[in-house]
Each structure stands twice: as C-alpha cells, then as structure tokens.
Write a protein that binds this ligand. Structure first.
Ligand SMILES: [Zn+2]
Length: 49
C-alpha cells in the first residue's frame, strides 16, 4: 500500500499508486502552490518512505 509523508507533516496512504499521485498533486496545489511533482517523482518518494 503506497504511502508518503509531505515535509509539512501531512500523511498520505492510499490503495493504489494512481490515488496517491492524485491526492499528493491536489495537496500540493492547495498547500504548496508553485511546487509540482510528476507522477514518477511522487512514486519515487513513496518508494523511499
Ligand atoms: Zn504538504
């Protein structure tokens, strides 16, 4: 199950990679305007956490 922790402390845990990418990109748009990560970036970060 993919999970990722944003540097601001928000945790994401989803059923699928697709959902994780979607949730992280929505969070970035709302909480960290100007910061964008590609799908590959997000999945790489998730793999490290
Ligand atoms: Zn954040």
């Amino acid at each position: 199950m993919p999970s990722l922790r944003c540097p601001c402390g928000t945790n994401f845990r989803t059923e699928t990679d697709d959902e994780l990418v979607e949730q992280v990109q929505e969070h970035l748009a709302e909480a960290h305007p100007g910061r964008t990560y590609s799908r590959d970036d997000i999945l790489m970060l998730a793999a490290m956490s």
